[in-house]
Design a protein around this ligand. Structure first.
Ligand code: CP
Length: 308
């Protein structure tokens, strides 16, 4: 049987990405539909989450499914030593889709190999966050009217930030120019730079975050420094406030610029940016509902024609 899991966005073709964005658009027009009546969606969150878990659960509810799961692994048998394999096999007895966030890179891939129930990767360590990418792409498309030929600036923790890793892989189809703005300690990992070279993705690296550097940006994608991934907390303290976007930095930016952030933010976007029309991060999170409705349908084989 075909496994329709969403483990990494790298497996999606350009056509598939555009198809999924069309599906998200249908859900934005009409979020409440009975497409998953009688289905059960399990949300297994081994790491904290606000948006991803709640938007997946809202998506399931709006589609008529029921939701089971946990947001605190300490309250499950994994705290007694149950393996991930056994947990996935057990939940597969109960649910039609498993949405899982896990602290280990590769956990979603592994889970997809031990069950025939579709796994949706809701973030695996510093590796990938494909459902976030789908909503990021939807947000970029909505605000720019295209995904093609954009200048995308990724700012902050490019080492541990899984959302930027997924986003750059998805954008390979759309001829972007990336600017990676990060301190030495948090630079884009070599494996992703190799990926860019192999896929003819242009990129420029910077360590300064100034008005001049972001002047040509279409998308400014800010990220949080991921404290939970540091083994050396002194290093975290050194870099945690390294880049802060302030409203005055946006004065001479392009009119079409939109500021994205997967959220949560800590200090990296000053509060005075929130009222700037170029700030789009809260709408971006709202788009997550529609993108995730599309994902839940797609992994169960529900098509765009069924949605229309
Ligand atoms: N963007 C994101 O993954 O947010 P949460 O950690 O709140 O789910």
């Amino acid at each position: 049987m075909e496994n329709r899991s969403l483990v990494t966005i790298a497996e999606h073709s350009k056509e598939k990405i555009l198809y999924m964005l069309n599906m998200a658009k249908e859900f934005e027009a009409k979020p409440n539909r009975h497409l998953l009546d009688g289905k059960v969606v399990a949300t297994l969150f081994f790491e904290p989450s606000t948006r991803t878990r709640l938007s997946f659960e809202t998506a399931a509810n709006r589609l008529g499914a029921r939701v089971i799961g946990f947001s605190d692994p300490k309250a499950t048998s994994s705290s007694k030593g149950e393996t991930l394999k056994d947990t996935i096999k057990m939940v597969s007895n109960y649910a039609d889709i498993i949405v899982m966030r896990h602290y280990l890179e590769g956990a979603a891939r592994y889970a997809s190999e031990v069950t025939t129930v579709p796994i949706v990767n809701a973030g695996d360590g510093a590796n990938q966050h494909p459902s976030q990418t789908m909503l990021d792409l939807y947000s970029i498309y909505k605000t720019q009217g295209t995904l093609e030929n954009l200048n995308i600036y990724l700012v902050g923790d490019l080492k541990y930030g899984r959302t930027v890793h997924s986003l750059l892989m998805a954008m390979r189809h759309f001829n972007p120019t990336f600017h990676f703005i990060a301190p030495e300690e948090l630079k884009m990992p070599e494996e992703y730079k190799i990926y860019c070279r192999e896929h003819d993705i242009r990129f420029v690296e910077h360590t300064d975050f100034t008005e001049e550097i972001i002047a040509d940006a279409d998308i400014l994608y800010m990220t949080r420094v991921q404290r939970e991934r540091f083994t050396d907390l002194m290093e975290y303290e050194r870099v945690k406030n390294i880049y802060i976007l302030r409203n005055k930095m946006l004065e001479h930016t392009r009119p079409n610029l939109r500021i994205l952030h997967p959220l949560p933010r800590v200090n990296e976007i000053a509060l005075d940016v929130d009222d700037n029309p170029k700030a789009y991060y809260f709408q971006q999170a709202q788009n997550g509902l529609y993108a995730r409705e599309a994902i839940l349908c797609d992994v169960l084989g529900i098509t765009l024609d069924d949605v229309k």
